[in-house]
Design a protein around this ligand. Structure first.
Ligand code: PLP
Length: 411
């Protein structure tokens, strides 16, 4: 455990009884039998519920929380989240169908993403959701569809801000970007929306992901409010929604500290009066993915073989990179670090050892844990990767090497 403990304890989301991890209150060995196969992903609905409740309790009154479906689009998860949050953000036509199936009202669904197809734009307009426009071309396409079908186009402008979210896992703004319309070009776009007579909803300003530093998030949120207030002066109608992005991170690696919501909430509270005064109709929205679901999920694989090689022990499992690219370190990490891992059916174990946990793929990239101290595992034991509720299954190349796919359960 030494390498998962400093800074955070992801296992705190779950209980351990008789040295066996419980997910959704079910001992992992029993859950594995119930699922009927390994590997699998298990998501704990109670952990998601607690997370959204504590976030709402920390945030000032009147800040809405949206769930970014791409973090975990499993329909059962989206349906559960739909009952907890104020809206859903989708990034494809298929995610849109999942969001609508989850029962979220169209007025609370928005669709962002560059390169939306004509079909996706038509689906979105037929459903009556809000389209976050990513370019001038997209605006003209939307207007043409509105003209053809007689449907109302509800549009917001996704802005590529003139600042960035510092020290982010993934920067998505500032400088030249594929996302959104450059802030300096937004006034002209707003004028065109007015000319075309579309229903203007507001702004979407998302500047980055996976940030654990409250100060960096506060700085970006402050700049986001400033930018939105400035752009609102050129708006063709009242700003009804102001999506200020998210970027809240979760601790993955040794030394990572959970995000401190306190100062973020204080800062939001301090800016809200001015926003309410100048944009009285605006719903202020935080859109979050991994922060809401990432810690609620585990990935479980089974030990198929134990091997020694020149002084190191290798646990070979039936799961790996093809199911969980992020845990293998190949989803945007520069230096590979271990996700928190335990042997789920002997969490502490009496005997400990330092091992490499690898998958069955014929590539040295297929690693789930490198030189990590775990309980001594035998063939048939269950390896658990924590922090796997977001960007797991659907962010992985499941067809690589043609092994069976994992299954997903919500418990
Ligand atoms: C991916 C994405 C999110 C979710 O990011 P997380 O890091 O999971 O919170 C939110 N908004 C937009 C526009 C995105 O592209």
């Amino acid at each position: 455990m030494s390498d998962t403990r400093p800074g955070h304890a992801p296992m705190d989301q779950f209980t351990v009884v008789d040295d066996c991890l419980q997910v959704g209150g079910i001992p992992l060995t029993r859950l594995a039998a119930r699922v009927g196969q390994t590997p699998f992903y298990a998501y704990d609905r109670q952990v998601m519920t607690r997370r959204v409740e504590s976030l709402h309790a920390a945030l000032p009154e009147g800040i809405s929380v949206h769930y970014a479906v791409k973090a975990n689009p499993m329909p059962a998860v989206v349906t559960h989240m739909a009952g907890l949050v104020d809206g859903l953000d989708v990034a494809s036509g298929r995610e849109l169908r999942v969001a609508l199936d989850a029962g979220m009202p169209a007025a609370e669904i928005s669709f962002a993403g560059p390169g939306k197809s004509i079909l996706e734009l038509e689906m979105a307009m037929a459903a009556g959701i809000t389209l976050n426009l990513e370019s001038e071309t997209e605006l003209e396409r939307v207007a043409a569809i509105a003209e053809k079908t007689g449907e109302t186009a509800h549009v917001a402008v996704r802005v590529n801000p003139d600042f960035e979210l510092k020290t982010s896992g993934m920067k998505m703004s500032g400088g030249p970007k594929a996302f959104g319309v450059d802030a300096e070009r937004v006034p002209a776009l707003l004028a065109r929306i007015g000319e075309l007579g579309l229903h203007f909803r507001g702004f979407h300003i998302f500047s980055g992901s996976q940030n654990l530093r409250a100060e960096a998030l506060i700085e970006a949120q402050g700049q986001t409010f400033d930018l939105a207030l400035r752009l609102a002066e050129s708006a063709p109608g009242p700003v009804e929604m102001l999506n200020i992005g998210g970027g809240f991170g979760i601790p993955y690696f040794p030394g990572d500290r959970p995000l401190d919501l306190g100062p973020i909430a204080e800062h939001l509270e301090s800016r809200l009066p001015e926003v309410r005064d100048r944009l009285p109709e605006a719903e202020v929205i935080l859109e979050l993915g991994r922060y809401l679901v990432g810690e609620a999920g585990v990935y479980v694989a089974e030990v198929i073989d134990r091997k020694e090689s020149r002084g190191q022990t290798f646990l070979i499992t039936n799961g790996g990179l093809h199911h969980h690219l992020a845990a293998s370190g190949n989803f945007g990490q520069v230096i590979r670090k271990n996700y928190p891992v335990v042997v789920g059916n002997r969490v502490q174990g009496t005997e400990r050892e330092v091992v490499n946990v690898v998958g069955p793929l014929c590539t040295p990239l297929d690693v789930l844990a490198q030189q990590m101290e775990l309980a001594r595992a035998e063939i048939g034991d269950l390896i658990v990767v924590f922090q796997s509720g977001a960007y797991g299954y659907t962010a992985s190349p499941t067809r690589f090497l043609s092994h069976p796919e994992p299954v997903e359960v919500l418990v």
